[in-house]
Every structure is written in C-alpha cells, then in structure tokens.
Design a protein around this ligand. Structure first.
Ligand code: ADP
Ligand code: MG
Length: 209
C-alpha cells in the first residue's frame, strides 16, 4: 500500500526545518556575507520561527493548508529575496495539493514541482543561475524516487553552485567574484530537504509501530 502523509507530517517537517535553520543560521549568514549582504540566516530564522509559532497556535487540518499558511507567514515576516521566494514555493505547493486530508510522496513531489515553477516565474531564474533553484529543481526530481534521494540531490545541487557565476539576485552584482562560493539560498534549500528526509525517518510520536 502506498504510504500517505497528513497535516501532522507537514507540521513536523516545517518544525524540523525551523530547527535546522536555527542551528545553521550562522553558516547561512556567513555564506551570504561572501556574496550577498549577510542576512540570509537571520532572515530565515525569523521567518521559520514565525511559521512554527503560527502552526503551533492553530494547526491547519490539511497538508495543503499547512503549506499555504506557512508560505503566507514567510512572505509577511521575511524582507529579503528569500522570504517571498520560499513563501511562494510553499503557498503554490499548498494550493496545488488542494483540500485532501492525506497526500502521497508522489503528490507532494508533483505539488512541489508547481511550487518550484512559481519560484522560477517570480524570480526569473533557471537552474545554473546560482540560486536556490539549483537545489530545489533536482530535489523535486529526487523526491519522485524517495525522500533520501531528494535530500542527496538537493545537497549535490547546493555544492554544485560553488563554481558558478551568479546571474540572479544580489550575488549577480559581483559578476565573476561570485565564483568559488556556495550559494546561501541553495544551501538553505538543501537544509529543508534534509529536514524532510529526517521527518520521514522519524515515526510520529505515539504512532503504532
Ligand atoms: P537578499 O538577497 O534579499 O539579501 P537573502 O539573503 O535572504 O535575500 O537570500 C539570498 C538567496 O536568495 C540567494 O542565495 C539565492 O539563492 C536566492 N535568490 C535571490 N534572488 C533569486 C531569484 N531571482 N530566484 C531564485 N532565488 C533567488
Ligand atoms: Mg541576503
């Protein structure tokens, strides 16, 4: 039987994501200080803290609603480029999932695919431009196979941004001086998919084994 995931799974994912973003915020900010303005860690820490607070206060009842609520929260709390972009990713993914009470991994992958397309439309970037899309696009492809494959693909995509020259976002102002540095947004995207894989490996508290 195909495994399905309810709203609680999506809440656990975003809570785990908030934890890893909090722990890695200094590294994200360090990466952003090399080719940006040193605020990526702080931006995401603030945004994901707001997401978990909102989800804890009134947990939405469907996977789609969890993601649209989280996306809205990111858009309203994060000022930098990444807030609206990640917010759009989650909102569009949530809208694509619709009202169903449970989703399969395949459905989540399809919906995330539409979210990633929305990110590309909003920011005008493609794979190879040294942005979060360099991790997000391969991650969604990997998710069609497994959570672990999504995580590995996102990590590889983030590492692959190192030699690239940035063509979008603040780092693009640096031209060739952006080469040799890992993109902060691709790095945080890899963290989100690491958190998703961890969540899939961790049984729900109180669940029958
Ligand atoms: P800001 O650039 O406004 O300071 P952040 O530092 O929070 O915002 O986020 C920077 C990250 O956002 C970059 O590392 C990159 O991955 C991502 N990013 C910036 N512009 C775009 C874009 N047009 N499309 C996709 N991702 C982008
Ligand atoms: Mg920045």
């Amino acid at each position: 039987m195909t495994e399905t995931f309810g709203a609680d799974f999506l809440v656990r994912w975003l809570t785990a994501a908030a934890g890893v973003v909090d722990r890695e915020a200094d590294r994200l900010t360090e990466l952003d200080s090399a080719i940006g303005d040193a605020d990526h860690g702080a931006n995401l820490r603030r945004g994901f803290a707001a997401v978990t607070a909102t989800l804890a206060k009134e947990p939405p009842r469907t996977p789609g609603a969890v993601l649209t609520t989280a996306g809205r929260e990111l858009i309203s709390t994060v000022g930098g480029a990444a807030g609206p972009l990640y917010g759009t990713l989650l909102r569009r993914t949530g809208k694509t999932l619709g009202e169903g009470a449970r989703v399969t991994r395949q459905e989540l992958a399809e919906a995330l695919g539409s979210g990633v397309t929305a990110v590309s439309q909003l920011g005008g970037a493609q794979v190879g431009d040294k942005t979060m899309l360099d991790a997000l696009v391969p991650a969604v492809d990997g998710l069609r196979e497994s959570f672990a494959a999504a995580r590995a693909a996102a990590e590889a995509g983030a590492l692959a941004t190192v030699p690239l020259r940035a063509r979008k976002g603040r780092a693009s102002y640096l031209g060739e001086r952006s080469e040799g540095h890992q993109d902060p947004g691709a790095t945080s995207s890899a963290l989100l998919f690491a958190a998703l894989d961890e969540t899939a490996r961790t049984p729900r508290a109180g669940a029958a084994s």
